[in-house]
Write a protein that binds this ligand. Sequence first.
Ligand code: PRP
Length: 188
Amino acid sequence: METIRSIAIPPLTEDLERVLIDADTIQRRVNELANQINNDYKDIEEPLILVGVLKGSFIYLSDLCRKLTVPHVVDFIAVSSYGKSTVSSGNVRLLMDTRENLENHHVLIVEDILDTGYTLEYLVKNFKSRGTKSVETTVLLEKPERHLVPVDLKYVGFTVPDVWVVGYGLDFGEQYRTLPYIAEMKRK
Ligand code: PRP
């Protein structure tokens, strides 16, 4: 088994076509995004509220927040528009709300991927209606070919082609979320 900085890298299984973004490249990009966020929020008076969108964001959020030097609070929200399907219904449902009161705070929504844009469109509108000071977004991945609604993305890790991607939080039927890299699934 190959190792990178003593992290064991699981080999590709028969369902995976290829590694799209390796673990080191992800970590370098997360560092760059954290540096931008540290710079942009360096003058805020109250902690930045990071809202991770469950479940897919949990790994990106945990790596990102540990690189932040600005005061911050971590929170989560759960929504669903896909259910068990691989196609968005476009109908975003709130499954679990934040614990923090977002009013009068700067909020950064943390997502693993922007696909159609329905999820972030819904969350940005929802959070702006709560009297927040600002609402910005960060996504590790975006698929420009798939956007159906416009979303103002502030911090983007990588753009990826219109293929099914897994790893680093992203799943296929709840599998592959904990791969340390982003891989393309084979078409079946
Ligand atoms: C995925 C992903 C985003 C959303 C993006 O979540 O984590 O939240 O879809 O898609 P969109 O731009 O088309 O709205 P999913 O519903 O698969 O749940 P999960 O994060 O629990 O895997």
